[in-house]
Write a protein that binds this ligand. Sequence first.
Ligand code: HMG
Ligand code: MG
Length: 306
Amino acid sequence: MIPREVKLVEVGPRDGLQNEPRPLDAAAKIALIERLAESGLRVVESGSFVSPKWVPQMADTDKVMAGIRRKPGVSYPVLVPNMKGLDGALAAKADEIAVFGAASESFSRKNINCSIAESLERFAPVVDRARAAGVRVRGYVSCVLGCPYEGAVAPAAVAGVSAKLFAMGCYEVSLGDTIGVGTPGAAQAMVEAVAAAVPRERLAVHFHDTWGQALANILACLERGIATVDSAVAGLGGCPYANGASGNVATEDVLYMLDGLGVRTGVDFGQLAAAGRFVCEKLGRPPLAKAAQAQAARLEKAGERA
Ligand code: HMG
Ligand code: MG
């Protein structure tokens, strides 16, 4: 049985924009984040406090955080890799942060320049200090279904890192198929392995759509009781340290599927699609969301008839 209600975690302004070749200015990011919150999304990841040499697209996260009108009941997390990042997040009055680790050693080194064990050692005091300041902490695990450098990743490795992040104090662990190679059976097996170590209701799934499997994988994970799904408006995204990783699954496509299944999200499709059109115009690129394209075509036809 799939959950009756799903929390959508919008990651477009961070995971999406961190990999767009054409940078978006802070004003446009702010407008996007506000539109996403207006559409009913309760979590809108808004940037990251990482090295600007590594990810220049996120260098203005402080300006973005200072500029957004925060809607009550909405959380605006930012990614933080270390204590310096936490300083930035606390100065920006972030209400939630996310630390990000990996289930593969090579990806950990490429992405955050340290081993998995070192990353966990680095995260522990960050999580403690954030929580002491009243800031919630989410944990990400990358490469849960495959690594661009090492190939297959064992579900046990994903479960091991997830359990450590959860024990450290992360209230939720998001399982990232960074390079979008997973298929539904593998996704279910991975989720089951992790759910033996971390309560299922504390798990989220985070699929990139590189191989076109994201929606199928999400449905497969919903069938295993996962009720939190990450996605990016307009299918923005990728990862700068995973070559060839395409965008996250589009929020519009996920929402269309969930609406069709009668699963509650609290998100309005029309407002969400409008936010997607807004950011695509700013970026000068076509929207990748199939559901948004279909809706635009329908609106155009209706306009022609009127
Ligand atoms: P490093 O070079 O090992 O860091 O990078 P360092 O501690 O040796 O410091 C080097 C320089 O960086 C110093 O500056 C520091 O001050 C500065 P310098 O003295 O040379 O002028 N620095 C910082 N500046 C700003 N903010 C900071 C910070 N930390 C150090 N927080 C580091 C290590 C982790 C910093 C670097 O590797 C980094 O920033 N990596 C981030 C990579 C990233 O953001 N990747 C994308 C997000 S993860 C993702 O997309 C996957 C996900 O979506 C899930 C999925 O799909 O799987 C979450
Ligand atoms: Mg990602």
